[in-house]
Design a binder for this molecule. Structure first.
Ligand code: SAM
Length: 355
């Protein structure tokens, strides 16, 4: 049953009369002053009043904080986070009360019993964009059907690694009885495995929403008998040996406190050593261990350490069969600063075997 795991979702806020109402035409300077004093604001009339207040906060902070060095950017973001999260929206009967507000299906899914509460505007914005992705779905090269990313679950927006894996699967000649997909996310790699005739995929994720989302989307279809899910750290409850293990891990070393979404992006010191030790126990003698990675951390100077190279050099568990690389096309122009390293970004598909 889906209901026996807790979804990760914003905590409903209950407040009394102390909220300061805000609507278009009110003094923005006074409102920002109140926010800076830690007072909460309630958007009273139109959804867009909240959005324009956020823009005014950004303008205000840009004037006050230079936002150039990494440290300044960090200060800017944390101040923006603090102020914007004091802007609240009222929800009654699973709908936003303000006029011209988006319809967000998560409200019904996540708070079926809670008929009156508040959420912050940034939380609503996050839910809104996640709902759009979920509703419209995302096409993945090589997959027959769109995926519908669940709230708070990583999904790919660039696909070079998906293509690398697809090409590798096309050439793979080994047995296709079982595979383990560690950190299944929205299920992209598992779906590729099934499409390439793997009979059974055992998948895990540490993020409950990934498991809930996939259970929901697979329902009782044939797919749900091919992909078995477990919420848990690394291999979860899957103990049996298998001919193929795949892992598309977080690509960056952790720099700050990790919340659930960040676990898709940042890894801590123990993740890779533990993963390789556990993978060793579960890989059949002739099996393949496929790890997807990227040079992102190295080209952005986040670290010089490459966890897979470290494992090969020091782990004494696996040897390299082959590493395939594919350069990543520059994403739609973000900032000039990003552009120079984007041009050298490569994704990597590491194929390891027992030594
Ligand atoms: C980069 S995403 C990849 C998702 C998916 N496999 C794909 O390729 O689209 C990494 C995934 O690993 C999960 N994850 C991170 N640490 C984990 C751990 N210790 N055990 C299991 N899953 C983990 C994250 O929640 C996230 O869904």
């Amino acid at each position: 049953m889906i209901t026996d795991i807790e979804t990760n979702k914003p905590m409903p806020i209950t407040v009394g009369e102390e909220l300061i109402p805000f609507k278009r035409g009110d003094d923005v300077g006074d409102t920002i002053k109140a926010l800076k004093q830690g007072k909460s604001i309630r958007i009273n009339e139109f959804y867009s009043d909240g959005i324009s207040l956020l823009q005014d906060i950004q303008k205000h902070l840009k004037l006050k904080l230079p936002n150039k060095s990494f440290q300044e950017q960090h200060e800017y973001r944390s101040e923006y986070y603090k102020l914007s999260n004091l802007i609240l929206l009222e929800i009654v009967d699973q709908k936003l009360c303000v006029k011209k507000a988006p319809t967000i299906g998560w409200l019904e899914k996540f708070y079926p019993e809670n008929n009156h509460f508040f959420l912050t505007l940034p939380q609503i914005q996050g839910m809104n964009s996640a709902w759009e992705w979920y509703k419209n779905g995302v096409s993945i090269p090589g997959l027959r059907n769109k995926i519908h990313p669940y709230y708070g679950v990583y999904f790919p927006t660039r696909f070079e690694h998906v293509i690398l894996f697809d090409n590798w699967l096309k050439r793979y000649k080994g047995p296709k009885k079982t595979a383990i997909d560690v950190g299944v996310g929205c299920g992209v790699l598992s779906l590729q495995l099934v499409q390439h005739q793997f009979q059974k995929v055992y998948a895990t994720d540490i993020n409950p929403n990934a498991i809930i989302g996939l259970k929901e989307s697979m329902g009782t279809t044939k797919l749900s008998r091919k992909i078995e899910l477990d919420i848990g750290h690394l291999f979860g409850k899957w103990e049996k040996q298998t001919e193929l293990i795949v892992f598309n891990p977080p690509w960056l070393p952790e720099t700050h406190k990790i919340d659930n979404m960040d676990e898709a992006i940042y890894y801590n010191k123990t993740l890779f050593p533990q993963f390789f030790a556990e993978a060793k126990k579960r890989l059949l003698p002739e099996g393949k261990l496929v790890v997807i990675f990227s040079n992102l951390a190295q080209i952005t100077y986040a670290t010089t350490v490459h966890p897979i190279e470290t494992e090969l050099a020091e782990g004494n568990r696996f040897q390299l069969e082959k590493c395939y690389k594919k350069s990543v096309k520059a994403a739609s122009s973000k900032t000039k600063r990003d552009q120079y390293w984007r041009s050298t970004e490569e994704v990597e598909l590491w194929v390891l075997t027992n030594n």
